[in-house]
Every structure is written in structure tokens, then in C-alpha cells.
Ligand binder design. Structure first.
Ligand SMILES: [Zn+2]
Length: 286
């Protein structure tokens, strides 16, 4: 296994939580050579530490996102061979919901990077779609659901094309929602108005480069530019697996953006109500 694969900028929890099966990711600087408890005592091995993950738990006691933990604290790797492993995760709240992952992992030549692919999971991969995403994308609900269906089945080109259609069709609605956040935060909206009125998708998104509020940035990046970058690559330039990888990133970033928009608008409304309540209180002399 050689190291000439590019780092995908994802971590281990992304592979477990967000990625559909059958996408290979390179993760850098994650494997260690250290003492681990193995058969016959403690031995030095190449390994990676597992992580706690967050998944939706369907158990009636939970019915929401919960932390899932595994008792497999380390995954031991082989120097010149692919390791195939099953990892069992249990919901840390109800202790009843269980999720199994099947993984294939290669240790790359530098002994600190890995190539990891989720081969399958049980229950099946079923990323949750927040209701407020549907209200944002309006008439493109069916296109989004078709994209999600393709993504779950590992049909990368289909997923990518459907998600691209959603973002391109709903650009104006997304920008209008961003304008609402800016207005509530008393940020000037003249530049976002220009972006909204721009017909060309690329130009419109580029116009948001310097005006998007910091609160809507994801890990310091403008999510609209990230979406545009992913969606501007032609389908014919990518393999089905690359399309699937990009489609997954588009879905994850789009959902994160929608949740941030919703949270900021909710916080602002609550703050507004609290302020108006306090303003109405009678002023008393101390
Ligand atoms: Zn649970």
C-alpha cells in the first residue's frame, strides 16, 4: 500500500457516523506503534484508538442523538495486509441499541496514515434528515430524498446529481434565509441582495465570500464556497466512488448550515422575547 492517496480531511467519527459504506478515506497521523493488550500479554503493535460516536438512537428511552461507545478500545493493524474487523457500538444512554460496523483498514507505508473503508453496518446506514432542511429546500424535497436514496445504495453519480440540483435550485431560498440571519444580527444586507439577484450560480456564491457572518462558518470555512467547490466538479471527471464521497460531503455541509441557520434564528427570537419582557418590567428605585 503506497502513500500517494490524498488525505480526505475527515476523522474516524466521520467514517462511522456520516459516511455510507464503500467509500475509502485516507486519514493521516492516526496510527501509533505502542504497547497494547494482546493474546499472551502486552505487546508493541501498530494500532489506532477507537472513538466515541454520536448516532440517532431509536430506543423509546432515547429517541434522539446519543453517544455510542465501543469496548474495543484499539484496532490492531497489520504492516503489509488489510485488516478486516467488526466493531460493536452500544448506546451509552439506554445500553440497549447496538450498531455493528464492518471495516477494512490498511496501514500506509509511513506507518502513521491509514486507508479505511466501511464495508457495511447493521442496522443499515440511514442518515437522519432534520425537518428544517425540508422547509428550506421547499419543492426540491423529492430531489433530496432521491439523492439520499442513491447515497444509501452507494450510487455516487445519482446522489451527486440530485444533491447538486437541490443546491442550485434552492440557492435563492438559502441566501434569503442567510439574509434573515444577517438582518436579525444587524449586519448590512446590501451585498447579500446582490448575490440573491445574481442569476449565475458561481458568481452568486462568490459574492457571499466576504459577507457571510462568522457564526455561519463551519470550522472557519464558508460552507457555501465549500458546496460550490464540491458541486462544480463535472460528473464525467469523477469515479462513482468520488461522486459518492462528494455527495456525502454536500449533504453533511448542507445539513450543518441549515441547523446553524435555525439555531441562530431561534436564539435571536428567544433573546428578543427575553429583552422585550425585561423592558416591560417597572423601574423601581433602589
Ligand atoms: Zn439509546
Amino acid at each position: 500500500m503506497t502513500d500517494d492517496i490524498t488525505d480526505d480531511g475527515v476523522n474516524l467519527s466521520y467514517v462511522f457516523e456520516k459516511s455510507p459504506p464503500n467509500i475509502g478515506y485516507k486519514i493521516s497521523d492516526i496510527a501509533e506503534f505502542k504497547f497494547v493488550n494482546s493474546y499472551g500479554g502486552s505487546q508493541k503493535k501498530h494500532c489506532i484508538d477507537t472513538v466515541d460516536i454520536h448516532l440517532h438512537c431509536d430506543n423509546t428511552a432515547c429517541m434522539g442523538p446519543r453517544c455510542f461507545r465501543t469496548t474495543s478500545k484499539q484496532i490492531i493493524l497489520q504492516k503489509d495486509d488489510t485488516v478486516h474487523i467488526h466493531v460493536r457500538y452500544t448506546c451509552s444512554n439506554c445500553q440497549e441499541s447496538i450498531k455493528y460496523f464492518s471495516l477494512a483498514i490498511d496501514l500506509l507505508d509511513n506507518k502513521s496514515d491509514i486507508q479505511i473503508k466501511k464495508l457495511g453496518e447493521n442496522p443499515s446506514f440511514a442518515p437522519l434528515t432534520p425537518a428544517n432542511l425540508f422547509s428550506l429546500i421547499g419543492t426540491d424535497r423529492d430531489n433530496f430524498l432521491n439523492g439520499r436514496k442513491c447515497e444509501i445504495q452507494g450510487l455516487g453519480i445519482g446522489a451527486f446529481v440530485y444533491y447538486r440540483r437541490v443546491v442550485e435550485n434552492q440557492r435563492e431560498r438559502i441566501l434569503c434565509k442567510i439574509k434573515k440571519v444577517m438582518k436579525q444580527s444587524n449586519i448590512a444586507t446590501d451585498k447579500i441582495d446582490i448575490a440573491i439577484n445574481e442569476i449565475q450560480f458561481k458568481k452568486s456564491i462568490e459574492l457571499t465570500k466576504d459577507v457571510l457572518p462568522e457564526s455561519l462558518h463551519i470550522n472557519g470555512q464558508n460552507p457555501l464556497l465549500l458546496l460550490h467547490r464540491a458541486l462544480s466538479i463535472g460528473v464525467h471527471e469523477m469515479s462513482d466512488e468520488e461522486c459518492l464521497k462528494n455527495a456525502t460531503s454536500v449533504r453533511v455541509v448542507l445539513i450543518e448550515l441549515v441547523e446553524r441557520l435555525q439555531q441562530i434564528l431561534k436564539d435571536n427570537n428567544e433573546l428578543k422575547q427575553a429583552m422585550s419582557h425585561l423592558i416591560q418590567l417597572p423601574v423601581t428605585q433602589a
